[in-house]
Structures are given as C-alpha cells and as structure tokens.
Ligand binder design. Structure first.
Ligand code: PGA
Length: 310
C-alpha cells in the first residue's frame, strides 16, 4: 500500500497525553519532547486513520468524537501491551505480582486477613493493593491499572465479569442507646425521621443505601455525607445518625457494644463480595492463582457480625 504508515505505540501514547492534558504543549511538557514532535504524532494518526482527532476549543484543544474513540482504544492497546510484558516476564522467571484494587470497605475489612493467609501459603507472589471507592476501583480495572478488583456485583454492561466469593450483609446501626434498639421488625419508613449518615457519592455503600431508600419509599428527614467508613462509624457512635453499612465494617463495634444494630425489616441486605476482572482478558499465572485462592480455598473469613441480630 502506498504511503502506508503504521500506527505506533509511541503515537498512541503521545495522543493519550494530549487527551489527558488538553494541549499539545501540555503533552510535550509531560513527555519531555518538543511540541512539533507531538503535533507530528497526532498528524500521522490523523492521516493513517482518516479522521480529525482533535479540534480547537478556546485557547486549547479538545478531542473530536473520533478522537474519543481512539483514546478508548489506545488505553486498551497500551494496557494490553503492558500486561503482555508482565506476563512474559513472569513466565520467564521474573517477579510474580498481582495488582489488586478494592472498594474501601473490602480493602479495609475483608482483604487484610485473606492477604495475610495468602502470603503465608504463596510466599513467592507479591500483591499490591490500592483502595478507593467503587467508581475509582472500576475505573482502574477498566484502564488495566489493576488485575483484579474486589467489590460489589459487576456493573451492568461494563465488560467486567465477576465471581462472588464471600457473603456481605448490610445492617442498619445507630448509637448504643438508640431509642429504637429494642424494637423488633421495625418498618423501614419509621427510619425516615432519623438523620442518615451516608458515604460519599461514588461509593457502593451509598448506592445501596439510596436503593434501600427508593425501594422502601424513605425520604430521610436529614442526611449527612461522610467520606469514610471509619468516620461514619464514629459519627454513629456519638449519635449523629444511623447508617446502613457492611457488617464486616462494624463487627467490632457491635461486639463491644459501641454501636447497636437496629432490627429493620428487609435487613440485613444480603449482598456478596466479588472478584471482578475484565471479561475475556487473559490473566497472568499469578493473577489466576490469586483468583483461584479467593474462589476455592478455605481462606480466613473476616469478622462478620452475621445476619442474625446480636
Ligand atoms: P464502598 O463499596 O466501600 O465504595 O462503599 C462497597 C460496595 O461496593 O459494596
């Protein structure tokens, strides 16, 4: 073919930097190259793919629809090359490394005992663990910055598959002397009068709480958003409100009496913790080993207040 110019990984990397920084100059500075070389890479992609990829927007530039499409594919292609490198290095006797990302609740309360036992039985495998809320964790998995995510059920139509490995029960808790603590089978709508402590938008716990409100027709009198499980728990302990939270997160406080579980009809909400991965993507040997450990081995279970009322 005349004038055939293959798309190169370098051009894709440059293009993604342009997308990320929003300018040719920004990409050049980030990559420590000249501006003309960035422009040349973008122009070569444009010629090769036959579509305008960027357009002017004020003093900067923005991606066209075709540019957005290319950015998605470029992320996949570069991620795939990166995972090929890691798998090949591992097969050739290099480091065995699994990159985990976990939603906050799983990272804080579910994974630590499991990882401890995994390291004891598989001393040659390194595991790194990033913790973020549900939307961060899914984004890292999609961008191939993580091999496995641990969180709630896989998001619909996201190209992410998941396997449940542990039950996750969500319970309503309040301060230890909460006036409703001795009531049995409370109707959820009774709790509309309470102040609800909600995790930050983007967290799975908040999404589940909002679904709980919607399905029980609850419009809470007041809500307070608090960005971590630890801070939500402390706020509940001092009586600022009630919250719906994984029993893994409050097992200790329920056991030592700092929090009381409220016996609300329809709770505990029975969910599960899932190992999530990109559907159809090839797993490195150590990633497959860890996944198998989560799914089939009798690993330690984190402390759980359990579905029964304490
Ligand atoms: P979260 O996630 O820690 O972001 O609330 C919990 C979940 O997804 O169930």
């Amino acid at each position: 073919m005349l004038n055939y110019l293959p798309v190169t990984l370098g051009q894709l990397r440059t293009f993604l930097k342009v997308a990320e920084t929003g300018s040719i100059a920004g990409a050049a500075a980030a990559l420590v190259v000249t501006e003309p070389s960035v422009s040349a890479a973008v122009a070569a992609l444009r010629r090769e793919l036959g579509a305008d990829l960027i357009e002017r927007a004020g003093r900067g530039i923005r991606l066209t629809e075709a540019g957005h499409e290319l950015a998605l594919h470029a992320t996949d292609i570069l991620g795939l090359v990166q995972s090929a490198r890691r798998s090949v290095a591992e097969a050739a006797g290099g480091p065995r490394h699994v990159r985990l990302v976990a939603v906050t609740t799983a990272g804080e309360y579910v994974l630590p005992p499991i990882l401890g036992a995994f390291f004891d039985t598989h001393p040659g495998v390194q595991v790194s663990l990033e913790v973020g809320n549900r939307s961060d964790a899914i984004a890292r998995l999609v961008a191939r910055d993580a091999d496995i995510a641990v969180g709630g059920r896989p998001p619909a139509e996201s190209g992410i598959a998941g396997e449940a490995f542990l039950e996750n029960h969500l319970v309503v808790v309040g301060r230890s002397d909460h006036p409703l603590r001795d009531r049995r089978a409370l109707q959820p709508r009774v709790l509309a009068r309470e102040t609800w402590l909600l995790r930050e938008p983007g967290s799975g716990t908040r999404a589940t709480t909002e679904e709980f409100f919607a399905s029980n027709d609850i419009q809470p009198a007041a809500v307070m958003t608090i960005g971590s499980n630890g801070a939500v728990k402390e706020a509940a302990v001092v009586g600022l409100g009630v919250t719906l939270i994984s029993s893994h997160a409050v097992a200790r406080e329920l056991a030592d009496g700092r929090l009381a579980r409220l016996d609300v009809r329809g709770t505990p909400l029975r969910r599960a913790w899932y190992a999530l991965y990109r559907d159809g993507s090839r797993l490195s040997k150590s990633t497959a080993l860890f996944l198998n450990y989560l799914m089939t081995e009798d690993h330690p279970h984190p402390t759980d207040a359990g579905p029964a009322r304490p």
